[in-house]
Design a protein around this ligand. Sequence first.
Ligand SMILES: Cc1cc2nc3c(=O)[nH]c(=O)nc-3n(C[C@H](O)[C@H](O)[C@H](O)COP(=O)(O)OP(=O)(O)OC[C@H]3O[C@@H](n4cnc5c(N)ncnc54)[C@H](O)[C@@H]3O)c2cc1C
Length: 301
Amino acid sequence: MQKHFYDVIIIGGSYAGLSAAMVLGRSLRDVLVIDSGEPCNRQTPHSHNFLTQDGKTPAEISALARQQVEQYETVQFLNGLASKGRKVEGGFEMDTRDGEAVRAKKLMFATGVKDLMPDIKGFSECWGISVIHCPYCHGYENRSKLTGIMTKGEHATHFVPLIFNLSKDVVFFTQGKHDVDPDFLKKMKQKGIEIIESSISEIVHQDGYMREVILKAGKKVKLDALYAPVPFEQSTDIPASLGCELTEQGLLKVDMLNATTVPGVYACGDSIIQFRAVAQAVSSGNIAGAALNRELAMEAF
Ligand SMILES: Cc1cc2nc3c(=O)[nH]c(=O)nc-3n(C[C@H](O)[C@H](O)[C@H](O)COP(=O)(O)OP(=O)(O)OC[C@H]3O[C@@H](n4cnc5c(N)ncnc54)[C@H](O)[C@@H]3O)c2cc1C
């Protein structure tokens, strides 16, 4: 039987949420973690660049984290989707899609973001496998391979040099009409980077590992990997419905201690961070957990 009034409800039980839950569990807080089990990196075969866990599967890392957090008796878990939230006397109430209603003094959103896939056949199947969002996560494994880059405008000027450091066989896809700085375009050509303006219509792959891309103009280009940052949106609109403000980038607006603009509501992980990485998610959960515990301690003293 679930307890129905907690100190904190954490919505999202992946790296950020579990990190916050550990701090709060170690501070004897009654915590409920609600998690729908769909982290953004679930399709990637191996996670990299997080000390002690380099090369493990995303699921292995979160399973170990959850096992460790489960040792703290005051932390409970509810597998499911939080669907609605509202302010109530003394705190907040959260509904789940399965009809559960739970209450807590404080809320923590560790709900991450939803990546929006472009309309390119094969793109979503390759996402996190050979279509890559970040050179720090998967660049080393794809070093010196046949590499494509698909991005826009100002971002290209920062992104292309990072990838060129890892591979010299680079093709840049403008996806039609583009807004890349002409001087930067010239520099890419001087470095031997082929510029292709025709849009990619299909990625040909085997189990997510790409073989080639097919352009709208019909040409085929052999590629091992395609770097393609994609737009995103918050995984849930519950924070916004409670009044939490968003930044221009679509992240939840937080202060230095990860408190949102609504008193009593904190956030951590990808929902607040531009530089998405497991290490950052864990770090921000740790900060938010400690800040929230401090707020509870101050209020009770
Ligand atoms: C394809 C890909 C590959 C990546 N590879 C790496 C890598 O190799 N190394 C690295 O350091 N980083 C990598 N990252 C980044 C890393 O995965 C993220 O930074 C990290 O997962 C963020 O953790 P998080 O806890 O904030 O969010 P997530 O891990 O996305 O978890 C959010 C959790 O909240 C849950 N949730 C959302 N809404 C609700 C709701 N309404 N109710 C209940 N639960 C909800 C979801 O089900 C999910 O479990 C990768 C990202 C992607 C997209």
